[in-house]
Structure formats: structure tokens, C-alpha cells
Design a protein around this ligand. Structure first.
Ligand code: HEC
Length: 143
């Protein structure tokens, strides 16, 4: 009998844990997961980047309320520009991620825009769509 009650307690416990841990929609968690998958290899888990090669995302001018939507363009089309000291060379580029949906880009922006000391607030889906439809750095990539 005691084993039976113990089994019931374990069963109820596991139902409770599974219902609270993963069965709900949390865009912030998706933003963090996407950041770790697509960005952290370069910008690092803590967003601090890699010295002169990869810029830090801490208190970034690209992650302010004014610029956050434009940063969606950098995520979708990447950054590639000539080295100012030697225009025949390119500065280490940021690769484009054309397969991310608007929602995924928005979730990444909401995550990095409110982490690493940034206070960009949340993206506006209409403004993000407008900005992404007219990115200055879309092909041919001259930005
Ligand atoms: C392969 C490495 C790499 C990956 C992956 C990468 N980046 Fe970058 N990122 C760079 C480099 C290099 C630059 C600077 C490029 C330049 O200025 O020419 C940059 C610049 C930026 C900037 C502008 C910051 C500044 O101060 O210039 C932002 C914002 C940014 N990345 C966000 C992201 C996000 C968000 C992701 C993931 C969706 C991402 N990056 C993935 C390498 C990477």
C-alpha cells in the first residue's frame, strides 16, 4: 500500500513538472534559444564578442529603441563591407540568415534588446515588417 501511494506521488509530481516546464509559449525563451544557436558562436553567450574581430552587444548603439528594427536587417542580410585601410579586403563579415522568419527575428531582437545592458523595449511587428521589406543592405550586399 505504501508503495502504491509513493507511486501516485511520483506520478502526480512528474505531471506537475512537465506541465510547468515546457508546455507553454514563451517568446523570450525562443529568442534566447535562437541567439545561442545562431549568434553566440561569434558574439559569445555573454554577448561580449571577441575583441576587435566581433563587436560586443553590450549597451550597443544598434540595440536602442530607435535602431532595434534596423538591426533586423543586419540579422537577415548580414554585414559585409570593405576594410577602410585596404578596400581590396573585406572586414570579417557577419553572415546573412535568410531563413529566419520575422517572428524569429523579432524574438531574437526582443532578447538581445533587453539583455546585455540594452533597454530597447519590444519590437513592433508592423514596423519590423516595414523595415525588413526595405533593408539598405539587401542584395547586392554593399553595406
Ligand atoms: C560568423 C560570426 C557572426 C555571427 C554568427 C553573427 N555575427 Fe553579428 N557580427 C559579426 C561581425 C564580424 C560583426 C561586425 C561586422 C562589421 O562591422 O563589419 C557583427 C556585427 C553585429 C551587430 C552590430 C554591432 C556593432 O556594434 O557593429 C549586431 C547588432 C549583431 N552583429 C548581431 C548579431 C545577431 C543578433 C546574430 C545572430 C542572429 C549575429 N550577430 C550573428 C559576426 C557575427
Amino acid at each position: 500500500m505504501r508503495t502504491f501511494f509513493a507511486a501516485i506521488v511520483v506520478l502526480l509530481g512528474s505531471v506537475y513538472v512537465s506541465s510547468t516546464s515546457c508546455n507553454y509559449y514563451n517568446p523570450h525563451a525562443q529568442g534566447e534559444r535562437l541567439y545561442l544557436t545562431h549568434c553566440a558562436a561569434c558574439h559569445m553567450d555573454d554577448g561580449k564578442g571577441l575583441r576587435d574581430l566581433i563587436p560586443s552587444l553590450h549597451e550597443s548603439a544598434f540595440l536602442t529603441r530607435e535602431n532595434i528594427h534596423f538591426t533586423g536587417c543586419l540579422i537577415r542580410y548580414g554585414i559585409k563591407r570593405p576594410d577602410p585601410l585596404d578596400p581590396s579586403q573585406e572586414i570579417f563579415p557577419m553572415p546573412p540568415l535568410p531563413d529566419l522568419s520575422e517572428t524569429e527575428i523579432s524574438n531574437i531582437l526582443n532578447y538581445i534588446g533587453n539583455h546585455f545592458g540594452n533597454e530597447a523595449g519590444y519590437t513592433n511587428p508592423v514596423k519590423l515588417r516595414e523595415t525588413l521589406s526595405d533593408c539598405p543592405n539587401r542584395a547586392p550586399r554593399q553595406y
